[in-house]
Design a protein around this ligand. Structure first.
Ligand SMILES: [Zn+2]
Length: 261
C-alpha cells in the first residue's frame, strides 16, 4: 500500500487528513473519521483534562488500527482524520450543532462554548473541507473500480452510566442494502452481539459521510461501530479486522453475484 499524505497540510499542525492509497484499482474505500485525538497546538487543551482528551469523547479508540488492518486485507484505500472530533467532527455537516460540540456525554467543552460564525468557518475550512475533498477526490478518481465504502468507528461500552449490550453495530443511511446484507450473513462462528442501527442510527446524525459521499456516487455503504472494549490491544484490533474483512468481502461478493452493485 502506498502511503501518501494529502496535500491539504496544515502549516501549524500537519496533515488534517491522511490518505493511504491502495495499489491498483480498489473496490473498497475505508474511512475512519474519528481516528485521532490530536488537537492543533493553537487550541491548547480546549479547557479539558488530560483524561478527557484521552477518552472516547475526543476520538474512537482502536478504530484506526482496525480500519488499517481491514484496508490491508482488502487492498482498499484508507482515508482517516488527523484531528480530534472535539475540534471538528468530520462525520457531521458544517451546519450541525455537534460538528463542534459544546458538550459531549455531559462534559462541557469550554473551547467550543459560544463560537462565533468566523471561528466556526475557520474550523470548517481548516479541517472539514480538506477531509471531505479527499474523500470526494478518491471516489472520483476510482469511480470505475470502487463498489463499497466502509466507515469504521468505535463506541464506549458504558454511556451515561448505562452498559451497552451491542458489540458490533451495522449502521446505514439512505441506502440500507449493505448493512442489511451484512446482518443477514453474520458468520456462524461470530462471537459478537451484532445489531442493526445500534447504538446509534441515522436519526442521530451519524450517516453524514455515507449519505453525502457514498450514496450520491452510487457506492454501497455501511458504517461499522465496534464496542471499544473489544479492540483495546493490538492483538484484539488485528483479530477484529481478521474477522470483519472476510465478512465484508463475502457480503460484497454476493452483490457481485446478483449483479446489483
Ligand atoms: Zn466515530
Amino acid at each position: 500500500m502506498n502511503h501518501l499524505e494529502s496535500p491539504s497540510n496544515d502549516p501549524v499542525f500537519g496533515p488534517v487528513v491522511h490518505v493511504s492509497k491502495a495499489d491498483g484499482a480498489p473496490s473498497v474505500l475505508v474511512v475512519c473519521e474519528h481516528a485521532s485525538n490530536r488537537i492543533p497546538e493553537d487550541f491548547g487543551d480546549m479547557g479539558l483534562s488530560r483524561e478527557a482528551l484521552q477518552s472516547h469523547i475526543a476520538w474512537d479508540p482502536g478504530a484506526l488500527t482496525v480500519a488499517q488492518a481491514i484496508s490491508d486485507h482488502m487492498s482498499a484505500t484508507l482515508i482517516y482524520g488527523g484531528v480530534s472530533r472535539l475540534v471538528y467532527d468530520c462525520n457531521r455537516p458544517p451546519e450541525a450543532a455537534d460538528a463542534m460540540p459544546a458538550s459531549s456525554e455531559d462534559i462541557p467543552i469550554p473551547a467550543n462554548a459560544n463560537l462565533t460564525a468566523s471561528q466556526r468557518a475557520a474550523r470548517i475550512e481548516r479541517i472539514y473541507q480538506p477531509f471531505a475533498a479527499s474523500v470526494l477526490d478518491e471516489i472520483t478518481q476510482n469511480r470505475a473500480s470502487l463498489k463499497l465504502m466502509v466507515t469504521v468507528h468505535s463506541f464506549t461500552p458504558v454511556y451515561r452510566g448505562q452498559s451497552r449490550a451491542v458489540e458490533i453495530g451495522l449502521l446505514h443511511g439512505e441506502d440500507d442494502r449493505f448493512a442489511r446484507a451484512m446482518l443477514a450473513t453474520v458468520p456462524d462462528a461470530a462471537p459478537w452481539v451484532v445489531r442493526l442501527n445500534q447504538p446509534y442510527s441515522a436519526a442521530d446524525g451519524v450517516a453524514h459521510t455515507l449519505d453525502v459521499q457514498a450514496a450520491p456516487s452510487g457506492l454501497l455503504n455501511v458504517m461499522i461501530e465496534i464496542r471499544n472494549d473489544l479492540i483495546q490491544t493490538p492483538e484484539q484490533q488485528q483479530k477484529m479486522a481478521d474477522d470483519l474483512a472476510p465478512w465484508i468481502m463475502r457480503t460484497l461478493t454476493k452483490f457481485d453475484e446478483r449483479n446489483v452493485a
